[in-house]
Design a protein around this ligand. Structure first.
Ligand SMILES: [Zn+2]
Length: 101
């Protein structure tokens, strides 16, 4: 009867939107920082969605990732693997090797 429990668990995509986990994790927190767009100056995401011929305008109040001169919207950051919804991503990647060990 162990399989019965699995069947009763809704898949993550079937959960109501208000209970979905929206937490995001930056994979390379040394380089990429979360920032908030402020003001009306035009600012664009550095990458395009494949198939699109335009860069995403980052709007006032929008959260994006920043790495020096590069800015990237959260959709592109997720697609490119700079962000993840996997809370334990650092475990799933394996441990980084420490210098001198
Ligand atoms: Zn983008």
């Amino acid at each position: 009867m162990a399989n019965e429990d699995e069947k009763n668990q809704p898949a993550e995509s079937e959960l109501p939107a208000d209970t979905a986990d929206r937490r995001l994790y930056v994979i390379d927190g040394e380089s990429w920082r979360a920032a908030t767009k402020r003001g009306s100056e035009r600012q664009y995401c550095y990458v395009q969605t494949p198939g699109d011929a335009y860069f995403h305008l980052i709007l006032d109040g929008e959260i994006f990732l920043s790495n020096g001169d590069e800015q990237i919207c959260l959709n592109c950051a997720l697609r490119r693997g700079l962000l993840t919804t996997d809370r334990l991503h650092w475990q799933h990647r394996g441990r980084p090797s420490l210098p001198g060990t």
